[in-house]
Design a protein around this ligand. Structure first.
Ligand code: GAP
Length: 527
């Protein structure tokens, strides 16, 4: 079979590209819709054999970069960060103190016609052209709708103007956000999925915390919440960590784990889900320190976090740092930056991957007030210096990071049988190498199994014996395995194997007893 016959056509649009990534994730066992066999459940995902390896690799590299080998600080000293794994369900007072019970809400808009619910800030409205006004509705869309779908709907409702289609007479550059539109105008807006205008309700607050009940009695007194972020588990353990270990301010506490938000519009694959994982670190520092001020730590962590994602292969044009405007900042924050990634569904725009926030002493002060436990830290070098530490918080999405890595790695190459390959950095790749006996007979599988047993002690490797070699290479390309080692007759004769490099498909022979060393140098430390 020729390569041309097997290779799919190159994706034409970012939307097609995204569809192909989702299909590959399912086909090759990275990510499945949760409860697939029961028709699924919106906003929840299962990570398959390769997805869990990929996610664990990202988690482990983050943990290494934070807890095991954290960076050297602005003063030339290694910084100190310790780990934590707090409970998902805590005393509900935690979420009252943090403000999540009262305020962790998005303004929501309901559609009276379709019964669908949307986040108000996700609805964009394209005003009807002036010549048609009063005869036709303004059209509302959920942000992220493909331009061709927008134009299709415009043509349906507004029709041609002076013989031109909407693509010719209407620029999609500046939609209005729904929040900027006065309520009296709502009657003229046609909701994203509605057939008649005027079906959208006024925006209303909707709390995102998932509720559950603790114990056998299902009364309102037993309400508890699944954590909406991992960060609060860190704040409420600040004193425990200081009192039980030798850490001294400035230091950090890091945590990776599940978080739950009853998102109204879970979408874009795993980008916005209702159950997801976060990697958060709270950096506690002295607000009175004149040598390294909190602002300097803030700048430091911004640089470190961007370096982290870049080291994993998120490339220059696809990643940026965006400062929040004053109107986006919560009142206690002295600044927030988002590291954003150009996902196919945000293209040409960007979507948040990680937020780095200077949160002042807000969280610890809130917990001090609500719990009545003092959160003050006493400087051991100067007992007169008592303070509630200021916090810099780099908060990243683990599952969202997995999506960014998948999108970045997805590379179309019609010249190879698979038509695509995943260009993962070897440190991130779920499988570091595949061992492929050329045939399933003679000494080939015996030697391949020997090499596999040796390598698996140190690396995540695949032994794949069946099918023709081209199909096996194709499978490894699609799952992003950086190296394939082939065992053939020459291996039996002289003890060498073929190494095939994923991206270049170049092949060379190396001694079988040097394979482990070869892999070790190729998968060298990235962080
Ligand atoms: N403690 C601060 C905090 O939780 P956030 O910006 O709400 O901040 C941090 O969340 C990161 O968690 C985001 O940058 C994003 O990567 C990830 N995240 C947030 N909501 C998510 C969701 N519904 N699905 C997947 N990831 C999400």
């Amino acid at each position: 079979m020729t390569a041309e016959k097997l290779a799919p056509a190159a994706p034409q649009t970012p939307q097609d590209r995204m569809k192909e990534i989702v299909a590959l994730c399912k086909r090759r066992g990275f990510i499945f819709g949760a409860s697939d066999i029961y028709g699924g459940i919106n906003g929840f995902w299962d990570y398959g054999p390769l997805g869990v390896e990929l996610k664990n690799n990202l988690r482990d590299l983050w943990w290494k970069s934070m807890v095991l080998t954290p960076p050297i600080g602005p003063d030339g000293e290694p910084v100190e960060i310790v780990g934590l794994d707090s409970a998902i369900i805590q005393n509900p007072k935690v979420w009252v103190a943090s403000g999540h019970v009262g305020g962790f809400s998005d303004p929501m808009v309901d559609c009276k016609e379709t019964k669908l619910r949307y986040r108000a800030d996700h609805i964009m409205v394209y005003p009807v052209p002036e010549v048609l006004e009063d005869q036709e509705p303004h059209l509302a869309f959920v942000s992220g709708t493909a331009p061709e779908d927008i134009h299709k709907r415009m043509d349906k409702y507004w029709g041609k103007i002076n013989g031109q289609t909407s693509k010719e007479y209407y620029s999609l550059e500046n939609p209005l956000s729904l929040e900027k539109i006065v309520l009296t105008e709502y009657t003229k807006i046609l909701g994203p999925d509605a057939k008649k205008p005027g079906s959208l309700t006024e925006p209303r607050a909707f709390n995102l915390l998932f509720e559950t009940k603790i114990g056998a009695v299902a009364s309102d007194d037993n309400i508890a919440y699944l954590r909406g972020e991992t960060a609060q588990g860190i704040f409420i353990n600040f004193k425990n960590v200081v009192d039980s270990s030798r850490v001294r301010v400035p230091f950090g506490i890091a945590q990776v784990g599940k978080a739950f938000r009853n998102e109204v519009n879970p979408r874009n694959f795993i980008f916005r889900s209702r159950e997801f994982e976060q990697m958060e670190m709270e950096w506690f520092c002295d607000p009175n320190d004149k040598k390294i001020t909190p602002q300097m730590w803030f700048d430091f962590w911004k640089v470190q976090r961007q370096k982290f994602w870049e080291a994993l292969g998120l490339s220059g044009d696809n990643i940026l740092m965006r400062e929040h405007g004053q109107d986006e900042l919560v009142f206690y924050s002295k600044g927030t930056f988002d590291i954003e990634y150009k996902f196919p569904f945000t293209d040409p725009g960007f979507g948040e991957l990680e937020g780095i926030a200077y949160r002042t002493d807000y969280d610890l002060t809130q917990h001090q007030e609500h719990s009545k436990v003092k959160m003050e830290y006493i400087d051991p070098m100067d007992p007169k210096n008592k303070f509630i530490p200021h916090v810099i918080e780099p908060a990243a999405g683990l599952t969202r990071g997995v999506l960014a890595l998948l999108c970045e790695a997805y590379t179309v190459d019609p010249s190879r049988p698979s038509g695509v390959y995943l260009n993962f950095h070897p440190a991130i790749a779920p499988k570091k190498a595949a061992i492929l006996p050329l045939t399933a007979k003679d000494q080939h599988p015996v030697l391949a199994t020997k090499l596999y047993l040796e390598l698996r002690e140190e690396f995540a490797v695949d032994l794949d014996i069946k099918q023709n070699i081209g199909k096996r290479y194709a499978r490894q390309d699609e799952i992003g395995t950086p190296f394939c080692f082939t065992i053939d007759d020459q291996t039996v004769a002289d003890g060498t194997v073929t190494v095939r490099e994923r991206n270049t498909m170049a092949q060379e022979r190396i001694p079988m007893d040097k394979v482990a060393e070869y892999l070790r140098t190729k998968i060298k430390r990235v962080i």
